[in-house]
Ligand binder design. Structure first.
Ligand SMILES: O=C(O)C(=O)C[C@]1(C(=O)O)C=C[C@@H](O)C=C1
Length: 354
């Protein structure tokens, strides 16, 4: 299997997106001077979350959309995929939730096998007016200067591009400085930077990352323009169900070990049946399982019917005696109380990457 030599990892491209940074930042922590590796090659030493599968290098495969990341993992073209899941200020990434809900049954083999939290600091990127070019250059060179405080003139900017998730993370800056400027949704923040870089008139700008400014040769017109300074996005790593993980399959139901894990399930209920949802949620309490998030999305099958997403501490176990684990017992009972359900993976809880 070629992936054994150098597995392919799909992410939301082009390079410079926050999804790309998920793969990038830890590498610099693990391999000193790894920026050389990053700029000269598509071969990386993967971070802890990914080296679940013990490879020394990976091939990065930029994808156009989050759905493309799901497709390449589902088809086996990519060994792993990285997708944004939720943002600390703007909430769930609904594109990702809908792909997990999978109403057209296209991604039946996708499971989550890891996560990490990435600090997201948005910048306004574009071409500075010649009069404020020195200022923009100073901002690029000295990252601590004028955070959130634009020193540049934005009157030449007629349109801004970004990923739909990013607008809601920079509301104050946008309403203060660019309230009447046209906004255009594109597939990623790095795509936005690429588009802005191609507009030689300089009237296009992007909400994107400092890394994208470098990659596409744009000026940083304002930086750290997100409403919350600790703006953070949680990313999930995807695998195919038949692809191995580092997770040992030994049974250990002790609460400390369970708290180090998370699991995700989706389920649907009979909406005409009073108490149906409460009865499903009750199984988690019965087995002492702590819920960490609940989400819903429209079922896509009938108006005002929903798919419920529940994330909880603990993991589903495989192998001999697995049925004894509290998560397995709870899921067994959930299956009897809901209409349909699906386990979407168990993984070790991630850490924040600055
Ligand atoms: O467009 C990117 O750079 C992405 O990685 C996507 C994404 C997202 O969908 O949440 C990731 C982080 C930020 O929250 C904004 C956009």
């Amino acid at each position: 299997m070629a992936e054994k030599e150098r597995p392919v990892v799909a992410f939301l491209g082009p390079e410079g997106s926050y999804t790309h940074q998920f793969l990038n930042l830890p590498i610099q922590l693990i391999v000193p001077n790894s920026s050389l590796l990053i700029s000269n090659s598509d071969s990386y030493t993967p971070q802890a979350t990914l080296d679940a599968f013990k490879f020394t290098s990976i091939t990065l495969s930029p994808q156009i959309t989050i759905e493309d990341v799901f497709s390449t993992v589902q088809s086996g073209t990519a060994y792993r995929g990285v997708v944004p899941f939720e943002n600390s200020s703007n909430g769930s990434v609904v594109f990702t939730l809908d792909l997990f809900a999978d109403i057209h049954k296209k991604y039946a083999d996708i499971l989550v096998c890891g996560e990490a939290y990435v600090s997201v600091k948005h910048c306004l990127l574009g071409y500075a007016q010649p009069s404020s070019r020195n200022q923009a250059q100073a901002e690029t060179e000295s990252p601590s200067a004028n955070e959130g405080e634009p020193a540049n003139d934005f009157t030449h900017i007629k349109r801004i591009y970004s990923h739909p998730q990013a607008w809601g993370q920079c509301k104050t800056f946008l309403s203060t400085h660019l309230k009447y400027t046209d906004r255009h949704d594109v597939s990623s923040t790095s795509k936005a930077a690429e588009i802005a870089s191609q507009d030689e008139t300089g009237s296009s700008a992007a909400l994107s990352s400092i890394m994208a400014a470098d990659m596409f040769g744009l000026d940083v017109l304002a930086k750290t323009i997100n409403d919350n300074v600790d703006n953070t996005t949680r990313f999930l790593v995807l695998r195919r169900a038949d692809s191995p993980t580092s997770a040992s399959i030994s049974q250990s139901d002790c609460s400390k070990e369970q708290a180090a894990w998370k699991s995700l399930v989706t389920f649907t209920v009979d909406h005409g049946n009073p108490g149906a949802l409460a009865r499903c949620l009750d199984v988690f309490g019965t087995y002492g399982i702590n819920l960490t998030s609940i989400n819903t999305r429209p079922s896509g099958l009938q108006n005002w019917n929903y798919v419920f997403f529940v994330e909880f501490q603990g993991r589903k176990e495989d192998g001999h005696g697995a049925e004894e684990g509290s998560v397995n017992k709870a899921l067994g009972e959930l299956g009897q109380r809901c209409r349909t359900w699906r386990w979407l993976g168990s993984w070790r809880s991630g850490e924040v990457i600055e």
